[in-house]
Ligand binder design. Structure first.
Ligand code: CAA
Length: 380
């Protein structure tokens, strides 16, 4: 068992930490206030190779694995939860194509999203199919005459859905078979019949776009089927197992960022004639926060290392995400409390971190769904 990073991983951590502190941090407040997706930061991450982590270089990726991915996501989340979410969720697209796509599909799509500056999106959720993903009703019926899939339905809460060049849409190719009739179909931006609906106005994560996607007799060629016909539910579940490790890393990063702010603030803030870091009550808060962050971080790395070594990791990914998201909410809450009135003001980053932390308990599977997944694995 080795708890150490390799030299290359340490270098990546330092490079992303510098980028996060010098480039992302100064932008985080403005991104939150404007609610605009920072395309320039996405392009910077592309230039640095971060959007291609986990994909082989021959497909335009930058190599590396889920370990490198979570190193990058955590460092960025310390200063901007939105930008970290964009990176983490964007990489789901490449992970699905990399695992389930044909050689031709890999060559066609991966370079565009890994190093071409375009976003990829993952569209599973529907207005009436959230936690119960298997009740998705969007259809993709095959037209024998034209050899095309015809999509009809609406997807909602899709991260980057309105900006993405390619969207992986989970739709019923055989509606009577329910989850066994669900398939994964790639839809390209601009395809007739595919339109962007409501862009959500959220509590937090303002720099990460969340869109409704509408399919109205949207026709795509049969070559856009990703993976085997009828295996869409399994593809989505496999993708989510991996993606949840990314959200755990995002949650760890938000919590670690709030802890760093709290350490700095308690050393600088003088009350009762001394820095408040000398008060045992606050030291205990900091100790508890540090313990939670450290535990959440190692659970996240444990899940990633199981995935990288090809071992089963569904339970560990769910535990990591369930725990890290809880830690992110608890730690940002405590950090805001430590900052007192200042923490509540928008001049300080704490209230943003607190708002950004909350979604980690909801998206890519709620905490309650994670408990379902963990319990099923434990009871197996
Ligand atoms: N890996 C591979 N296959 C899996 C799997 C996994 N982790 N989990 C289930 N499956 C397979 C099962 O083996 C089963 O296959 P068979 O029919 O061949 O036996 C099939 O999938 C159906 O499984 P279940 O009976 O367990 O399915 P279920 O309907 O009970 O649902 C669930 C299981 C875990 C609750 C699932 O619905 C779920 O994860 N729900 C949450 C959905 C979610 O996380 N949504 C987030 C969307 S993405 C997002 O939030 C943000 C974004 O922008 C990306």
């Amino acid at each position: 068992m080795d708890f150490n990073f390799s030299k290359a991983q340490l270098m990546l951590k330092k490079t992303v930490a510098d980028f996060s502190e010098n480039v992302v941090k100064p932008r985080a407040e403005e991104i939150d206030r404007s609610g605009k997706f920072p395309k320039d930061l996405f392009l910077e991450m592309t230039k640095m190779g971060l959007t291609g982590i986990g994909t082989e270089e021959k497909y335009g990726g930058s190599g590396g694995s889920d370990i490198e991915k979570i190193i990058a996501v955590e460092e960025i989340a310390k200063y901007c939860g939105s930008t970290a979410a964009t990176l983490s969720i964007h990489t789901i697209f490449a992970s699905v194509i990399g695992k389930f796509g044909t050689e031709e599909q890999k060559q066609k799509y991966l370079p565009v999203v890994c190093s071409g500056g375009e976003l990829g999106a993952f569209a599973l959720t529907e207005p009436n199919a959230g936690s119960d993903a298997g009740s998705a009703r969007t259809t993709a019926i095959f037209d024998e005459k034209t050899q095309e899939y015809v999509l009809n339905g609406t997807k909602c809460f899709i991260t980057g859905g309105g900006l993405a060049k390619y969207v992986l849409v989970f739709a019923l190719t055989s509606p009577e078979l329910k989850t066994k009739g669900l398939s994964c179909i790639l839809v390209e931006r601009g395809t007739p019949g595919f339109s962007i609906g409501k862009i959500e106005d959220k509590m937090g994560l303002h720099g990460s776009e969340t869109a409704e996607l509408i399919f109205d007799n949207c026709r795509v060629p049969k070559d856009n089927l990703i993976g085997p016909l009828g295996k869409g539910f399994k593809i989505a579940m496999t993708a989510l197992d991996g993606a949840r490790i990314g959200i755990a890393a995002q949650a760890v990063g938000i919590a670690a960022g709030a802890l760093d702010e709290s350490v700095k603030y308690t050393k600088e803030r003088v009350q009762f004639g001394r820095p408040i870091s000398s008060l045992q009550g606050l030291q205990w808060y900091l100790a508890e926060m540090a313990t939670k962050v450290e535990c959440a971080r190692w659970m996240t790395y444990r899940a990633a290392s199981l995935k990288v070594s090809g071992m089963p990791y569904t339970k560990e990914a769910a535990i990591a995400k369930f725990n890290a998201s809880k830690v992110a909410v608890e730690v940002t809450d405590k950090a805001l409390q430590i900052h007192g009135g200042y923490g509540y003001m928008r001049d300080y980053p704490l209230e943003r971190m607190y708002r950004d932390a909350k979604i980690t308990e909801i998206y890519e599977g709620t905490s309650e769904i994670h408990k379902v997944v963990i319990a099923r694995e434990v009871l197996k």
